[in-house]
Design a protein around this ligand. Structure first.
Ligand code: NAD
Ligand code: TDX
Length: 336
């Protein structure tokens, strides 16, 4: 197995990246983390504040900046690439930053790994496979054909294909993971679960797209972190692993759980304009990761994890209050 001493985590000030940085600091004392993050609207250095300065260093910069990569990549054994434009609704309103960061950014990182012979792990999404019908018993596996729907998911799919080509053509040491929908602390209030929790906390009615029958396969972000560490250190080079924790639920069910847990009537929400091209259902079959690498999720009770997430947002108002206003102004302009 591979035991990296110095890793770069791109996007380490975002939701899932920062949770991974906390996970490494708490569980792998031999590993130093350099966070490379541009601090877009979605990046917040507070997400990694207070971690020991001899374990974590923040470099503020753009993954598309090849000169910066030449300065910081040498001396690292691995790059774990989380940085992305991550929100489907934003990609529908303005795709350009998604092309830049998700496609060109991945290309720059691959070139830096080639130049300096660095191990690369690529963080991707189940959305590259498109969607499943609501009544289809099938789930996504590593051999499901790519069929992305949105500007966001098509740029993630493109980035995955670049990784595969660089692996086959240049012999880069890479792995890819495609994970389902994450929830937990530090998630931006533009995303479904934090948006509804913070709506209720600010006296606004939650907003459900369409009828809310779309299904997402929820995983706690700490389980995503443990899976990525497992693949980084023990995964087979050149392989893709799907990450999921059997958490399928439709949106209206999740919204009603939030309302009830927060002491509201379960019908106390608004139906708003549906997302164009809205994927119906995602579902992950993580058998390969579970059987080949022995990974299992720790957060298997969704209601418990959701309750803890509600408490986290209630206790961290200063973390989200400013962003909340801006985010809701954007949604309002879109009729959502
Ligand atoms: P996020 O939007 O919360 O964070 C993205 C981070 O990347 C931010 O800190 C931002 O500042 C940084 N960033 C953006 N552009 C950059 C650039 N050009 N250079 C350097 N840094 C840049 O995203 P997230 O939800 O934490 O998602 C992280 C990764 O996980 C993404 O690759 C996403 O596709 C993938 N993913 C997300 C989910 C999910 O449920 N959110 C599920 C599966 C996979
Ligand atoms: O206000 C809302 N109301 C609503 O009904 C919002 C923001 C969303 N929704 C619906 C749309 C989706 O069916 O909730 C579901 C989840 O929406 P998002 O949080 O925007 O996530 P999704 O589009 O499923 O994508 C997420 O998971 C896969 C991440 O944002 C991606 O980065 C990841 O790749």
């Amino acid at each position: 197995s591979f035991s990296p001493k110095n890793i770069i985590v791109t996007g380490g000030c975002g939701f899932i990246g920062s949770n991974f940085v906390h996970y490494v600091v708490n569980n792998h004392p031999e590993t130093h983390v350099t966070v490379l993050d541009k601090l877009t609207y979605a990046g917040n250095p507070e997400n990694i504040a207070g971690l020991p300065s001899d374990r974590v260093e923040l470099v503020v910069g753009d993954i598309c900046d090849a000169g910066l990569l030449d300065r910081i990549v040498p001396g690292h054994d691995a790059i774990v690439h989380y940085a992305a434009e991550s929100h489907n609704d934003n990609s529908i309103a303005d795709p350009e930053p998604f092309l830049k960061t998700n496609v060109e950014g991945t290309y720059r990182l691959l070139e830096a790994c080639r130049k300096y012979d660095v191990r690369y792990h690529h963080i991707s999404t189940d959305e590259v496979y498109g969607d499943l019908a609501l009544d289809d018993p099938a789930r996504f596996t590593e051999s499901t054909p790519y069929h992305p729907s949105s500007p966001y998911s098509s740029t993630k799919a493109a980035s995955d294909l670049l990784v595969r080509a660089w692996t086959r053509t240049y012999g880069l040491r890479t792995t890819i993971s495609n994970c389902s929908n994450n929830y937990g602390p530090f998630q931006h209030v533009e995303k479904f679960i934090p948006r509804q929790i913070t709506n209720i906390l600010t006296g606004v009615r939650p907003k459900l797209y369409g009828e809310g029958l779309n299904v997402r396969d929820w995983i706690h972000t700490e389980d995503h972190s443990s899976a990525v560490w497992t693949i980084l250190t023990r995964g087979r080079i050149g392989e893709t692993y799907l990450i999921g924790a059997d958490g399928e639920r439709n949106n209206i069910t999740v919204l009603r759980m939030i309302l009830e847990m927060m002491g509201k009537d379960s019908d106390d929400f608004d139906h708003v304009r549906d997302r164009p091209g809205h994927d119906r259902r995602y579902a992950i079959d993580a058998t390969k990761l579970r059987t080949e690498l022995g990974w299992t999720p720790a957060h298997t009770d969704f209601a418990d994890g959701l309750k803890a997430t509600i408490d986290w947002y209630a206790e961290h108002r200063q973390w989200w209050e400013k962003t909340k206003e801006r985010t809701e102004a954007r949604y309002k302009a879109q009729g959502q």
